[in-house]
Design a protein around this ligand. Structure first.
Ligand code: AMP
Length: 365
């Protein structure tokens, strides 16, 4: 692989065609780079804004090879890309982030073990392969807790909350035998996340931690800056630094954490590592000169990284399902930066767009 930056006119391949791919492609276009989207769904949001697209399955070797040969570098916008697809593409073209980092984040157990090895706190957990395992785990860690599938979980999918009244056999059966973890419920003060970008040469930059509020386990709102002490913001950033360095990462990565209070025995607990641009970083499109999307493109294309400083504080709200019907009123608001993803059908729980309100930057200590 060469470390020469890709010249304008080069093509960045993106696996996945959702809104993250769409916003990546729009940022790449700003830099004069073309995007070729590979996705297994017809009419994906990213297709409309990219130079080229391929509709293909993630196990279609011939289609993946053709795609790889048509691009100068490949990246992804969702972490559940099959490892074999990444390996197939990597034969013909550099892939960033490194496939190993994607594999780690695809499996909640591997992710927790990776964090633990770095001395980073995670929620106490037990592996669950049977109903007996679950019964033992609940006895050991207590209730409430969360039973989570190891793989293919996002936005609360593949998760069951175990409360005092939950029957364990029903909870276990609802996962249809998938390998799982039982995780202690963390009584956190706030959820925060750190979006970090690392270049091919190892240069690392961070956006300030944001504060996230979830509804029904889906991100509803992000505010920047997070309302946490400066020491905690530094500690969160340090965790993100250790993670990208250990992965020899390239591109944008997001670390989601629970903040449990300054005096808790473990003030910060890592919940998830996402090896991609992230919903909690959407505010960077409007509040920063260089967004997470542009910085990801810069990193994978071997360009110098852009600033992660913001010119404004911000609140970002997702438009989920019918929220998107409010588009005209939002478009009338002077201070609202509206983003719609071009999805034709509104469905409950579907991310249709987001809106960011900018506020005057307040200096923090
Ligand atoms: P996840 O799919 O693991 O990112 O979980 C989605 C959301 O569920 C998180 O952002 C939290 O709001 C909540 N959640 C997940 N795990 C826990 C936990 N161990 N304790 C408390 N809340 C959790």
């Amino acid at each position: 692989m060469t470390d020469t930056p890709l010249a304008p006119g080069s093509t960045v391949g993106i696996l996945g065609g959702g809104q993250l791919g769409r916003m990546l492609a729009m940022s790449a276009a700003r830099l004069g780079l073309n995007c070729h989207i590979y996705c297994n769904e017809q009419r994906s949001p990213a297709f409309e804004v990219a130079a080229d697209h391929t509709i293909g399955d993630y196990d279609d070797e011939a289609a993946l090879k053709k795609f790889a040969k048509s691009v100068d570098v490949a990246t992804l916008e969702f972490e559940n890309v099959p490892a074999a697809a990444l390996a197939a593409i990597a034969k013909d073209v550099p892939v960033f982030p490194p496939p190993y980092s994607v594999e780690v984040s695809q499996d909640r157990l591997a992710e927790k073990q990776f964090a633990e090895k770095l001395g980073i706190g995670v929620a106490p957990y037990c592996e669950v392969h049977s109903l007996e395992d679950l019964q033992d785990a609940v006895e050991q860690l207590g209730r409430p807790g969360l039973l989570k599938t190891r793989r293919l979980g996002y936005d609360g999918k593949g998760q069951v909350k175990i409360t005092d009244s939950t029957g364990l056999p029903e909870a276990y059966e609802s996962l249809s035998g998938a390998a799982a973890l039982y995780e202690k419920f963390i009584d956190f003060d706030r959820e925060i996340s750190v979006v970090v970008v690392r270049g091919r040469d190892g240069e690392t930059r961070f956006y300030d931690p944001s504060e996230n509020r979830h509804e029904n386990q889906i991100l509803a709102e992000t505010r920047i800056p997070a309302r946490v002490p400066g020491t905690i913001a530094h500690a969160a950033t340090d965790i993100a630094e250790r993670i990208v360095s250990a992965l020899d990462y390239c591109g944008v990565l997001c670390v989601e954490l629970f903040y449990c209070g300054e005096h808790a025995s473990a003030p910060l607990v890592v919940n998830e590592i996402a090896p991609r641009v992230h919903n909690s970083g959407h505010w960077t499109l409007d509040a920063c000169a260089v967004s997470q999307f542009e910085n990801h493109v810069r990193a994978v294309a071997g360009w110098p990284l852009g600033t992660c400083a913001r010119h404004s504080d911000a609140i970002m709200r997702n438009l989920i399902g019918e929220d998107a019907e409010n588009w005209l009123a939002l478009a009338r608001e002077e201070n609202a930066c509206l983003h719609l993803y071009g999805k034709r059908q509104i469905r409950p729980g579907r991310k249709m767009g987001h809106v960011t309100w900018l506020r005057e930057l307040r200096r923090q200590d």
